[in-house]
Design a protein around this ligand. Structure first.
Ligand code: ATP
Ligand code: MG
Length: 339
């Protein structure tokens, strides 16, 4: 069991109110991702849950019981950090076994648990190696193994993949998702990478200056962002946000158009645009455009779209997928977006 409830949780460092007040419900078995820009309070919130920081106010419940003032070790949670923090002089086997040794379990129990964790993480062939003889991804798996053997009621991850190169990050992303399917244990995962958030989460929590901007499934946040902040943060490349006369004509202060929600043509369309940068990725083409009377805009075409710097193209936004925001940046509920 691993439900976590935050009630009116706040954190002040000296003068700085880093977390003004957060209420959040994490269900048993859920994969929850905290996402937000640097300094938004993601790590602080995770460390408050772990007990590595004391709250300034509010309550933290684990499985319905108040753990607000309990030491980290009493909370039954396991934390995995960006830096693997492995013991360099110990083998992989000993690193994974370490928390079990500390808990003075029988050697036969330790061997079984370490063997099981190594199998789940594909580390069986590496158990006798030292951390220095492993790749970054393998080291991170050892750190995860050390968390798994403790059989925590929840795993807390703080940017566990940010030390890895892009290809390895992609494969570790799949491995952690698969691990969650196998273990079905609650996972709380901090990242500033919105692709990790979109691909891994059951539920995303978008943080901004210590406040929760929105909580929802990846597709809820993608389709119905509550405000401009969430709209701009979820989705890659970013949603185009257009002010001015066009937005006014749509009854909004700002309209949001995702790059994938336009039609591109070389012959005709609503807007005429000049290509400033063309990114040809094979599966997609991203065009960075200067749209006449509108301004800069990014557009995506599926597959190869043969346009290059300086070319003229025509852009037509899909009205049914357009987002509208008022002068405070809040989404305007509308039949256009279904919001
Ligand atoms: N021990 C501390 N003392 C004072 N201020 C702190 C302390 N720890 C964090 N902060 C401040 O709290 C804010 C939130 O920091 P936090 O580390 O939670 O951000 P984050 O969202 O994890 O950012 P990043 O993506 O850069 O890791 C920042 O403004 C930071 O400077
Ligand atoms: Mg952080």
């Amino acid at each position: 069991m691993g439900s976590i409830t935050l009630k009116n949780v706040s954190k002040v460092f000296g003068e700085a109110k880093v977390i003004p007040s957060v209420d959040l419900e994490i269900k048993d078995g859920e994969f929850v991702v905290f996402v937000g820009p640097s300094g938004s309070g993601k790590s602080t919130l995770l460390r408050l849950i772990a007990g590595l920081e004391d709250v300034s106010g509010g309550q933290i419940l684990i499985n319905g019981k108040d753990y607000t003032n309990n030491a980290p070790a009493d909370r039954g949670l396991a934390m995995v950090f960006q830096s693997y923090a492995l013991y360099p002089h110990m083998s992989v086997r000993k690193n994974i076994a370490f928390p079990l040794k500390m808990a003075k379990l029988d050697q036969s129990v330790i061997d079984k648990k370490v063997g099981d964790a190594a199998r789940i993480l594909n580390l069986t062939d590496y158990l006798e190696r030292r951390p220095s003889q492993l790749s970054g991804g393998q080291r991170q798996r050892v750190a995860i193994g050390r968390a798994i053997v403790r059989e925590p009621s929840a795993f807390l991850f703080d940017e566990p993949l940010s030390n890895l190169d892009a290809a390895l990050r992609g494969s570790m992303r799949l491995e952690i998702t698969d691990l969650h399917h196998q273990l079905k244990t609650t996972m709380v995962y901090v990242t500033h990478d919105q692709i990790e958030a979109m691909t891994m989460a059951d539920k995303i929590v978008v943080l901004n200056r210590g406040n929760i901007e929105q909580v929802g499934s990846p597709m809820e946040l993608y389709k119905t962002p509550r405000n401009i902040f969430v709209a701009g943060f979820i989705g890659s490349p970013r949603m185009n946000l257009l002010d001015g006369a066009y937005a006014k004509s749509k009854g909004a202060h700002t309209v949001g158009i995702r790059p994938e929600h336009v039609t591109l043509s070389k012959e005709s369309g609503l807007w005429k645009a000049t290509v400033s940068v063309a990114e040809h990725l094979g599966a997609d083409t991203f065009l960075h455009l200067n749209v006449d009377g509108i301004g800069p805009m990014t557009a995506r075409a599926g597959g190869e779209f043969g346009a290059t710097y300086g070319d003229t193209v025509y852009v037509t936004p899909d009205d049914s997928k357009m987002h509208r925001f008022d002068d405070k940046g809040l989404a305007i509920a509308s039949p256009l977006t279904g919001a």
